[in-house]
Write a protein that binds this ligand. Structure first.
Ligand code: NAD
Ligand code: DAU
Length: 331
């Protein structure tokens, strides 16, 4: 199969490329990535000779038309992905997440290719901290931030193109990923690298908010299970029963990196901060037979900390600009 991976120089997309080359070496991979502040070609350095890399924008209609026509399957990761950035400036989120997805859909419709659309559990909004329920594929959409509403809109476009034009597409909505090659703006790498540069950890509010953590490789094996076994038009929720409050994760990072709680700093909370996300993964497990490999969060976190310790050259160039951005909103 010829596979076009959009956003393949980002966190999850680059890990998807690595995993695919390892597990399915028979497939030919082309990556298209705009190399925004979040894209990093270094994330593909070990495999760059085994793929085709195109630096370009998914909003470029002619380029997307050409690339889609040359491939069998499009796995669509490219997005503006960070909530805090979407609050500061929603504009690129509307452009890439909505217009970009529309342009991909039109090329898929024209050339009759297959699409797997990568989305987020944040489209469902949030759950109360004391609510025992979880998100299911039937939970109504109720996004809170400019980021999550742009992702919700992109999902709706995919659903409409399936129903109205009969394109072949699947959608997955995954919970919070962690693992190697994640930008230092995100919660876990930000705290690990803060310790590595001698800065305090930055906790929003009281740290009661809950996220449902999944290792990036588990996300990507689930995506492959959906590509191989999923049905067009179906929605699959991806999660690995990894619920933890932010303060629990911060304490684990402190413990693992040998620091005490004087290293913890409470900073201004995120406006509209979602309380809790939790995924009911029954459909993925029962219908597609998927199961996660990283069932112990502490082990996965330890390996992730090791990766950041060993790969300072990868994250150091992003660190100062990221913290300068945060200083403006956290003051
Ligand atoms: P990321 O920000 O690390 O990577 C995004 C990539 O897309 C970057 O390489 C960037 O250069 C590229 N990109 C951005 N705009 C582009 C454009 N207009 N044209 C071409 N390339 C462009 O994001 P991520 O965390 O890897 O997320 C990937 C996908 O997974 C996103 O769709 C996101 O919504 C979804 N998702 C993320 C998580 C998570 O926890 N990170 C969880 C569930 C779903
Ligand atoms: O649920 C899936 C989503 O998970 C994805 O769709 C998004 O692309 C991804 O960024 C992530 O969104 P979150 O907003 O949950 O992730 P983030 O890493 O930004 O924050 C995780 C939690 O940690 C959240 O409750 C905010 C908090 N936080 C974050 C940062 C950056 C802190 O307390 N301190 C921080 O410095």
């Amino acid at each position: 199969m010829k596979i076009l991976v959009t956003g393949g120089a980002g966190f999850i997309g680059s890990n998807f490329v690595h995993l695919t080359l390892e597990k399915y070496p028979e497939h030919e991979i082309t990556v298209i990535d705009k190399l925004t502040y979040a894209g990093n070609k270094e994330s593909l350095k070990e495999v760059i000779d085994n793929i085709s890399f195109v630096e370009g924008d998914i909003c470029d209609e002619d380029l997307i038309d050409q690339l889609v026509s040359q491939n069998d399957l499009i796995v669509h990761f490219a997005a503006e992905s960070h909530n805090d950035n979407s609050i500061a400036d929603p504009s690129p989120f509307i452009q890439t997440n909505l217009i970009g997805t529309f342009i991909i859909l039109e090329a898929i419709r024209k050339h009759k290719k297959k699409l797997h659309h990568i989305s987020t559990d944040e489209v469902y909004g949030d759950l109360e901290l004391d609510d025992p329920s979880r998100f299911t594929p039937d939970t109504p959409y109720n996004p809170s931030s400019p980021y999550s509403s742009s992702k919700a809109g992109s999902d709706m476009l995919v659903r409409a193109w399936v129903r109205t034009y009969g394109i072949h597409a699947t959608i997955s909505n995954c919970s919070n990923n962690y693992g190697p090659r994640q930008h230092v703006e995100k919660m876990i790498p930000r705290q690990i690298t803060n310790i590595l540069i001698g800065s305090k950890l930055k906790l929003y509010g009281k740290g009661e908010n809950v996220r449902d953590w999944i290792h990036v490789d588990d996300h990507n094996t689930a995506v492959w299970q959906i590509i191989n076994k999923g049905e067009s038009g179906e929605i699959y929720l991806i999660g690995a029963d990894g619920e933890k409050s932010n303060i629990e994760v911060f304490n684990l990072i402190l413990q693992e990196m040998g620091k005490d709680e004087t290293w913890l700093e409470h900073v201004k909370d995120r406006p509209g901060h979602d309380l809790r996300y939790a995924i009911d993964n029954t459909k993925l497990i029962e219908e597609l037979g998927w199961s996660p490999q990283y069932t112990n969060f502490e082990d996965g976190l330890r390996a992730t900390i090791e990766w950041y310790k060993k790969n300072e050259a990868w994250w150091k160039p992003q660190k100062d600009t990221t913290e300068a951005k945060y200083r403006k909103v956290e003051a």
